[in-house]
Design a protein around this ligand. Structure first.
Ligand SMILES: [Zn+2]
Length: 79
């Protein structure tokens, strides 16, 4: 019984590691003024509403912008 429960939990969390770990992920502080890659608003250094992608820290104006970015970073980083 216990083993079954454990393996089913492990199976679920391995489905999409990035999505499942995102809410608990450590957030970096934005080091410089930048632009929200989702909506284009300016974001100030020091905010912690950030996401690290390809070793770059991106800052967001709101949690929903961050959520959009996390779900599909490449869409917003394309020029
Ligand atoms: Zn935004």
């Amino acid at each position: 019984m216990v083993l079954l429960l454990l393996s089913s939990a492990a199976f679920k969390s391995s489905g999409n590691p990035e999505l499942f770990s995102a809410p608990q992920a450590q957030t970096d502080t934005l080091k410089t003024d930048a632009r929200d890659p989702v909506c284009g608003m300016k974001v100030k250094k020091g905010i912690t509403l950030t996401q690290t992608h390809n070793k770059t820290v991106y800052g967001f104006c709101s949690a929903s912008c961050k959520k959009n970015f996390v779900s599909n970073p490449d869409k917003y980083l394309k020029k």
